[in-house]
Design a protein around this ligand. Structure first.
Ligand code: NAG
Ligand code: NAG
Ligand code: NAG
Ligand code: NAG
Length: 957
């Protein structure tokens, strides 16, 4: 079809710079009427073709759907799952086009193993408590080999529900685990509320079992340093007769476990949350149970009311505004057409070349709805608007409506759209499905979207996706920068090409106006490439230097001379490809939100993330900097850290994070990230057979004891640059953000390093926080409070006893070190002996007496320890925290899920030829039609890195 063909060519040309700038928000899963739809499972193209993977995925999801239904008290199940088949696999007639579905955006990936976790299912989780994970990773072996998977982790369905807890609701593991990279959580703890004092980390406390040395399979001794069971001691659950019904985040494989832990005193006591266990869930979620967190999630939050249609137009207006303000880049032509029973051009199609034009366009977006919805009228008006600026071929109309159809019908306008090769992307804002909009989009080669009630993210995605169509690519973005070069001046820089990349390396230098600049490039071997050289290609707005075959690793220097008298904006992009299928180092970046309202009563900040990896493995010790271009043009640089403190959730996972709060004015902030090895400290991991966060294997002796075969290898010089998109801030006080009101971050890695009965001391350590969150210089002082009762410290930190100076034998309460460094304090405790257990928590305060939240709580047992311990340690006889003995029976009911076809198959072969897959029905009223014609714009402008770039987030593949 002509329209599709046009679109295809468009992709080739307009997106050539953007193969890395993947539209990287995960695929949006929907939940309506208890049904999860649009769950995207994608098989990586390097997974050998095997139809059984698809069949097994269907089985697993059907099984998981039932488990999920029971686990959420009949509140959710999987209604529709889409499986994305790689285009390298044999085509089948039942496969549908992939539309915007790509592997990178999939919620569940089926891919070769991450060497860190081997076949262990896991979720990449970089956000805090309650924030969704990025993706779930299953290996082909795990999916295919039912026996193997069940033997190691229990039934696949239940394991999937465990992972869903991470992915969807931002829950964390409730078991202890050893992370060879530093993010470990203990397996046992000293309890102040139960007997015996040494308890296994578990949820619920009804989970029966006994401690066992995972290597010798004998009893465990206590460790003299900590008073806890020795390092390789594990809690082994009883498989038979275990009464605990929770929790999925603990031991999902136990037959009786059918639910998540909760904190409802009226609920099932057998899945009652154990707040005291120092597991990641309690640490990250401040002692909240899984259900406490789930109940705050949009899936279950009872306070959430669907917006009425009056609010719908407001939402649309807001999103359209954000789109015009942030997403549409300089040089794009945009107009606004509105329609109700008739249509009118609210703003003619103009080239967006200034803030003033953006503002005019925003003002043209309607704020109220009229009666009637003649989509055909809107489309005709859209065509008319486009034609006033020239032939409309290849233009795009973005159609937003929650309304019906009246004459002229869409079908009557369709032939005209096809002849004129206009693509229509559609967004339906309503609850039920309808085919008309979808077929309009499909017929013209456009995308179609559905946005549920109040779902501004889905709308944002719809807008952004119309702008960014991505094809899977192995390419790696080495550099993208925008420079303003003054008249007749030269700008010089360099780029390191490392040996994991180099094939078909391309440098491009684009400009929007002014005369043609001159580029001079020197290769690591000293060859000078400049005008006249065979690799130097010039078009009207771009100079391209394409290095054939493999570029020499090393330092490539270049300089650009602006040959005109005025300032010139130049966009520099370098891309390359992995050599010999070597896993390249990639960097992707993201900010936690795209728009933020400044509050003068609460601390206002957002989180910046950059993921630096070689394949799935983290790159540690890289120098990762975020450059934030502020509305006034100033650039602030922040170093991101992977130290598991402050904004960073997990130490050494290759995701570097930091808070940003230094807002200077209202407006858009552009984010770019640069990662390199200038400090020479970058390392990658070489390993096999270890594990991190994921589903807990049943046999503690297998996958996860001993991470000693994890090695770190130094990396050579490399350099990557990528964009983190744009975010917008409103309501910033004049003079900028008031950092005086920002407290230090919460400490979430407090640990007991050593307990000494002889000296009556406890040694605590944690990562120091800054004056303002995790930065801004050292904080002023540290407050350590302690007691004998866990609940008292948890609920009443500030009224608990505080550690005074005379108790501090080593370290200092008043001179915390630089943020990010380790702080250690040795404390003299007032008591020791049998049954003496202390609990501790800290918080950090600044000079304005703003204090961070209370840290995680740790405990220390001050009993005398004889080694080897005189009696074997046991916890077999479990003492639950609540004393109800009722056994609750659970119905294994078949959810509705299986009555409907839960699994759909789609095909990636038409990845680049588009066609959306989601659409709701046309409900009632109106809205907007934005006419875009971005195929006419200069390609160099589109991916400029300025704040006129895209809405976050974005990335390298
Ligand atoms: C879930 O639904 C089943 C019937 O399908 C019912 O027997 C059971 O009581 C329900 N459970 C809850 C928690 O509502
Ligand atoms: C590099 O370019 C050559 C020639 O155009 C092409 O055959 C090859 O597939 C390219 N390699 C990659 C990884 O794109
Ligand atoms: C640009 O680079 C070339 C090659 O290294 C060098 O000869 C030239 O002097 C540089 N130009 C300026 C203005 O620095
Ligand atoms: C905050 O921003 C202002 C203006 O851009 C800058 O001068 C100042 O150095 C920044 N503060 C920090 C701590 O970076």
């Amino acid at each position: 079809m002509a329209a599709i063909r046009c679109r295809w060519i468009l992709l080739q040309s307009a997106f050539v710079w953007c193969s890395q700038a993947v539209f990287n928000r995960p695929n949006e899963i929907k939940l309506e009427n208890n049904e999860y739809t649009d769950v995207l499972v994608a098989i990586h193209k390097d997974v050998p073709e095997d139809q059984q993977i698809v069949d097994r995925l269907k089985e697993i999801f059907i099984e998981a759907s039932q488990d999920l239904y029971v686990a959420t008290n009949n509140r959710t199940f999987f209604k529709e799952v889409k499986i994305l088949i790689p285009n390298t696999w044999t085509k089948k007639p039942e496969y549908l086009p992939a539309g915007t579905k790509t592997f990178e955006r999939a919620n569940v990936r089926v891919d070769r193993p991450n060497p860190l976790y081997v076949d262990n299912p896991y979720v990449q989780q970089k956000g805090g408590c309650g924030e969704p994970g990025d993706y779930m990773h299953l290996t082909p072996k795990y999916v295919l080999d039912k026996e193997y998977g069940e033997e190691l982790w229990g039934p696949h369905g239940k394991t999937l529900v465990h992972e869903w807890g991470h992915l969807r609701w931002g829950l964390f593991d409730e078991y202890g685990f050893d992370d060879p990279l530093g993010g470990s959580y203990p397996h046992f703890y000293a309890s102040t509320t139960s007997m015996p004092a040494i308890q296994p980390v578990r949820c619920s406390a009804y989970t029966a079992g006994s401690p066992m040395h995972a290597v010798t399979l004998n009893r465990c001794d206590l460790d003299r340093e900590t008073g806890l069971p020795e390092a390789n001691c594990r809690f082994v659950p009883d498989f038979r007769g275990n009464r605990a019904t929770g929790s999925y985040m603990f031991m999902q494989f136990l037959p009786q476990v059918t639910g998540f832990c909760h904190s409802d005193p009226e609920g099932d006591p057998l899945s009652y949350h154990n707040r005291e266990a120092p597991n990641k869930q309690n640490v990250m979620c401040n002692g909240q149970s899984a259900w406490d967190v789930m109940n705050k999630h949009q899936d279950f939050d009872s306070g959430a009311n669907p917006p009425r249609s009056g609010e719908r137009i407001r939402l649309l207006n807001q999103v359209a505004t954000r789109f015009i303000r942030n997403t549409v880049s300089l040089g794009t032509s945009v107009g606004v057409v509105t329609f109700s029973s008739t249509a009118s051009i609210r703003h003619p199609v103009v080239s967006v070349n200034s803030e003033a034009v953006r503002n005019d366009l925003i003002a043209a977006v309607p704020t109220s709805t009229g009666g009637g919805t003649c989509i055909g009228c809107g489309l005709r008006k859209g065509i008319e608007a486009l034609e006033t600026t020239g032939p409309p071929h290849g233009s795009v109309i973005l159609l937003l409506t929650d309304g019906g159809d009246s004459r002229p019908y869409v079908s009557e306008v369709l032939p005209d759209l096809l002849t004129k090769e206009i693509i229509v992307d559609t967004v339906a804002i309503s609850q039920n499905a309808d085919d008309r909009l979808e077929s309009l989009a499909e017929g013209t080669g456009g995308l179609s979207f559905f946005s549920g009630n109040g779902d501004s993210i889905a709308l944002d995605n719809a807008f952004t996706a119309t702008f960014e169509e991505n094809a899977e690519s192995k390419g790696v973005n080495l550099l993208s920068e925008e420079q303003t070069i003054s008249g007749r001046q030269t700008y010089a820089n360099h780029l390191y090409v490392d040996n994991s990349v180099g094939e078909n390396t391309t440098f491009s230098f684009s400009w929007l106006d002014g005369s043609r600049p001159t580029v001079m490039m020197v290769t690591p071997l000293g060859l000078v490439i400049t005008e006249g050289h065979s690799m130097y290609d010039v078009t009207s707005d771009t100079i391209t230097i394409a290095i054939p075959a493999t570029a020499t690793p090393g330092k490539w220097t270049y300089n650009i001379t602006n040959n005109g008298p005025g300032n010139q904006d130049i966009t520099i992009i370098a891309t390359s490809n992995p050599v010999n299928n070597n896993e390249p180092i990639t960097v992707t970046a993201q900010v936690s939100t795209v728009s933020l309202d400044y509050s003068s009563s609460r601390p206002t900040a957002l989180k910046m993330f950059a993921s630096v990896r070689k394949g799935y493995l983290p790159v540690l010790g890289a120098a990762v900097k975020v450059l934030i271009k502020k509305p006034d043009g100033q650039v602030e640089e922040i170093t991101l850290l992977d130290n598991g403190a402050g904004a960073d959730v997990t130490k050494n996972d290759g995701i570097y994070s930091r808070y940003f709060y230094n807002f200077t004015a209202d407006g858009r902030y552009g984010v770019s990230v640069r990662a390199d090895n200038t400090q020479g400290r970058a390392e990658y991991i070489v390993i096999n057979n270890t594990r991190g966060t994921g589903a807990l294997p049943m046999d503690p002796g297998t996958a996860y004891v001993n991470g000693s075969n994890v090695q770190r290898e130094p990396l050579e010089q490399f350099q990557r640059m990528t964009t983190g998109g744009v975010f917008e801030v409103r309501g910033v006080p004049s003079g900028g953000a008031n950092t005086d009101m920002l407290p230090p971050s919460r400490v979430d890695d407090l640990k007991v390093v050593e307990v000494s009965y002889g000296n009556s001391t406890v040694t605590l350590s944690w990562t120091a926080q800054g004056d303002d969150f995790d930065q801004g210089g050292p904080a002023r002082y540290v407050e350590i409070r302690y007691g004998r009762h866990f609940e008292q410290l948890l609920d009443n930190f500030t009224s608990s006893a505080s550690v005074n100076h005379s108790q501090v034998l080593q370290g200092s309460l008043t001179s915390p070190p630089e943020p990010g460094s380790a702080q250690t304090i040795v404390i003299l405790v007032p008591d020791r002996g049998d049954n003496v257990t202390f609990v501790f928590a800290v918080r950090t305060c600044d000079e304005a007496d703003n204090c961070g939240d209370r840290s995680n709580i740790v405990s220390a047992n001050l009993e005398y320890i004889d080694v080897p311990s005189p009696e074997p340690m046991t916890v077999n006889d479990t003492t639950p925290l609540t004393n109800s003995t009722e056994l609750v029976t659970v119905n294994y009911t078949t959810p509705l899920a299986t009555s409907a076809e839960p699994v759909k198959v789609i095909d990636a072969t038409r990845l680049a030829t588009i066609v959306g897959s989601v659409v709701g029905s046309i409900l009632a009223l109106v809205i907007v039609a934005l006419a875009l014609c971005y195929c006419k714009r200069s390609r160099s402008a589109k991916y400029s890195l300025s704040a006129s770039g895209r809405v976050n987030p974005t990335y390298a593949v």
